[in-house]
Structure formats: structure tokens, C-alpha cells
Ligand binder design. Sequence first.
Ligand code: PSV
Ligand code: MN
Length: 400
Amino acid sequence: MSTDGRAERVFEGVLEKLDSFVIEIPSWGFANTGTRFGKFLQPGAAGTLEEKFADAAQVHNLTGATPSLALHVLWDLPGGVGDAQIVKQLVSRYGVRAGSINPNLFQNQEYKFGSICNPDAGIRRKAVDHLLDSVEIAKVLGSQDISLWVADGSNYPGAQSIRNRIAWMEEALRVTHDALDDGQRLLIEYKPFEPAFYFTDIADWGMSANLARAVGPKAFVLVDTGHHYQAQNIEQIVAWLLHLGRLGGFHFNDRRYADDDLTIGSIDPYQVFRIFHEILSDPAGGASSSIAYMVDQSHNIKGKLEAMVQTVVIAQELYAKALLVDHNRLAELQATANTVEAEECLRDAFWTDVRPLLRTWRERKGLPTDPLKALRASGYVEKIERERRTRNTSLISSYA
Ligand code: PSV
Ligand code: MN
């Protein structure tokens, strides 16, 4: 086949594979949130669950790649399972599915010394009940994943028994795991610090993976790209989790210092590319279809709708670049330890401008070829700013 013919085939292959790349967006990405020091309110921020669904639908209509919305239980379903019917109505009204269900074990006053790792058995029970309620919500909504971040930890050496807390954690996660239906999953997120600063109870991927293996086959690890120490090699973690069969999903965001929640790839796009490459080069192949790609960003400076559309576009671009890697050639180069050419093989793909390819993909789907421009032309942001401004400026202290 001629070089042109090969290029054409690669191009078509990437277009086809892009169809299966979907990324979940978070309800909290549309609400007014802030830093520990304050927040800059946006007149168009979503203040109700319906507004979050409406905004998510707008992003999906423009990008064609965000069919589901992650929900945070206390922020979105404060009435618990009783609110699930409201969500169902919003799902059918806006055409966006309910995505991962995120329990909240960090907001209540009694969690000062922990939730499922609290030394008080009564508080642990309350936290487990919340996890079980979250599983119930997921069942009613047909959500596959319970996406759990445990904020527990301790600030001072000696203040807590690390080992007792491991045992309590395992117990709570086992009970939650065993309540899952077939096909449902428990995704265990890790984070090395914040809100606790001596240790957090699930500080890294090894702890998450060990917990997942201890509690059962429906438990997997969730990698939030912002939850690592500087210089940690995230794609190596991804490779290990693929090897163990325990990679459940991602929370994507970028960081310069810590858990900065900046736009994906804004600081280090090569890292996101390397993560996607690791997944796409997994010999198990189909494994990638079970990985939940999610965004965990909540923008304080950028316009929320613009930021979300930009995020999805960037994620698609970096995924498309990773799809361009010639795996056969790379394997040959690796086998002969041809270091420079192997690296060049990755760099060739990374430096290819995939934007024309994505324009074609969108054209064929009947989507706007430039989703950001289309958002601006739609007048949607101005419309929600008009509708929500008065309410938002009078709700200065509310987060969700
Ligand atoms: C914690 O930093 C985290 O990454 C968890 O995923 C939470 O659910 C989310 O952020 C809340 O914004
Ligand atoms: Mn996260």
C-alpha cells in the first residue's frame, strides 16, 4: 500500500476509535465553587440540579462526547434515594445520563476525626449507611460506578492508630462492595494529603489497589491526576493497575503544584498523552472500554461552560494523538532497544496536529466543527447569566 493509502487508513481508524471515547463531566463543574480563601462568583453558575443538567446537555450537544453527568450525593441529592426520581426526570428531559455516584464523607461536622475510619463506631456506622444509600441511589438511576473519595486522615503523629483505621476501612468498603449489583463497581480514589496533612487513610495507588483486592472483584482504583506528589510517574501507575486488572477510571485535571484542578493538559499535555498511550498499548485491548474517563475540575477563573467545552476538546485531541502511535513499530523498536527511534515514535504521534482530524469527526457526526466557537455563537452563556444573575449574587455563601 502506498504511504498515502496507509495515512488514509490510519486517519479512518482514528476517526472510528474516537467514537468510543466518552468522558463524564461533573455536576460540581457548573456550580459556584472556590479556593480555601474565597470564591469568584459567576452570574451564570448553576444553582440547582436542573441547571447542572441543562449545562451538561449544552456541553454534550456541542461536543458529542459527554453523555453522562457525575453526581455528588449531598450536593445533588440531599434527600438521598428519595431524590432519585427527580434525577430520572431530568435525565429524560435533558438527554444526559446520571453518571458516577459520589458519596460525600467529608462535609459533616462529626467527620472531624474521620468517617469510615473514625475511632467512634457510631460515626463509622453512619458513614457506612451513607455509602449504602449511595449504592441504592446508583441502583435506582442505573449508574455503574460508585466513585469514592475518602477524606479521612490525621494531622499529627501518634494521634490515631494507622492500623486500626486500615481495618475499619476494609470493613466499610467490604460492606459497600457486597451491596453492589452485578455490573456495578466501587472505584476507590486516593490522595496523599488534604484535608489531612500527616497522613490520609488512602494515600496512594498501592493502598487503593490493596483495598480493592481485599474487598472483592467489583472494586477498582480511581486515578485522579491531581492526586500525586510532584514528579510521580502516573503512566507507570496506570501500567501497574492495568497489569493487576484494577484500573477503574480517572478524574482528569492538571496541576502545577498540588491538587490545583486546572484544565486537563494545560500544564503538561504530554503526560495525558502518555497515560492514554499506556492504556491504548495494553495487550488486553478491550480493557480500555471499561475505564471510566471523568473530569474533576471546577473552574473559578474561567467561564464554567467554556472551560468544560475546552476540557472535552483537549481530552479528545490528546486521545486522538495517542491513537496515532504505531504500536507494531514501537514494539519492534523496544525489542531492539532502539531508544531514540522508540521515543521518536511517540513524539511523532504527539506532535501531529489532530485538529483537522477532529473537525472531520465532528462534521461526520453533525456536530459543530469548533465547539468553543459554537458555544459563543449560541448565546447560551448570556442567556443563563440573565436568568441566574440575581439569584447567584444573593447566594454568596453557598457552594453547591
Ligand atoms: C477530592 O479532592 C476530589 O478529587 C474527589 O474526587 C471529590 O469527590 C472531588 O474532588 C470534589 O471536588
Ligand atoms: Mn477527584
